[in-house]
Write a protein that binds this ligand. Structure first.
Ligand code: SAM
Length: 217
């Protein structure tokens, strides 16, 4: 990603403008996690993870977690809030934070390789695809597929009238999700609900959760 896009997020964290951060575990994750049939000890990839409480919740359920996050502030807050003291190692352009059952890569997701990331059982994308401008989303979706070896995915998006409001979060409609993922996954809408959470309540938005099931073969 370019420096301008990166600075946008780094500044958001520096200024504490993190309205996207939820104070509770995401109810859609809680409701639909079992659909992906990830075994105990399976490893969830959370791209663009911020310091979401969903990570602690997944760990408490006996899963392992691997996240990728640009902001060092966010990563350090995440570990402080988890009460964990990670080992930190430099990894090219990234930094690898590691503690029990958790790896967080601090840096640009586009700079990460599958070998560095390690195996992934499933992907949970909340406020990640929709955080990126249209021009980057194709590349992002391809990178998530590469990094996860097309693992099953729980994807949460928003849909609203983009002409009434600039993102992020951006509106990503069903056609676009299909364009990004339908060649490799069966797309199953598991929740479709009005929300005021994402775009400040205006315009009216719909939050959609999809289970992306890899097409066999
Ligand atoms: C809208 S926030 C969502 C965070 C988290 N998923 C949540 O639900 O709270 C998007 C996050 O992506 C990070 N980010 C943006 N572009 C990134 C990139 N290219 N690589 C890694 N992280 C990135 C930002 O720093 C920000 O924390």
């Amino acid at each position: 990603m370019n420096a301008m896009d990166a600075n946008f997020w780094l500044q958001k964290w520096q200024r504490g403008e993190i309205g996207f951060h939820e104070s509770v575990v995401n109810p859609l994750l809680v409701a639909h996690v079992d659909k992906l049939r990830v075994p105990q000890g399976g490893r969830w990839l959370l791209p663009l993870c911020g310091k979401t409480l969903d990570i602690g919740w997944l760990l408490a359920r006996g899963y392992r977690v691997v996240g990728v996050e640009l902001s060092q502030l966010a990563v350090e807050a995440l570990f402080a809030e988890l009460g964990m003291a990670p080992q930190i190692t430099a990894l090219g352009a990234l930094r690898h934070y590691q503690a029990s059952n958790i790896d967080i890569f601090n840096g640009d997701i586009f700079a990460l390789t599958p070998a560095q990331l390690g195996p992934v059982s499933a992907v949970y994308d909340r406020a990640a695809l929709v955080a990126l401008p249209a021009a980057l989303r194709q590349r992002y979706a391809a990178q998530v597929r590469t990094l996860s070896n097309t693992a099953p995915q729980l994807l949460v998006t928003y849909e609203y009238d983009q002409s009434l409001r600039a993102g992020p979060p951006f509106s990503v409609n069903a056609e676009e999700v299909a364009r990004l993922y339908a060649d490799a996954y069966v797309l199953d809408v598991v929740a479709h609900q009005e929300t005021s959470a994402a775009p400040n309540g205006r315009p009216a938005a719909v939050e959609v959760a999809r289970y992306l099931k890899p097409i066999e073969g």
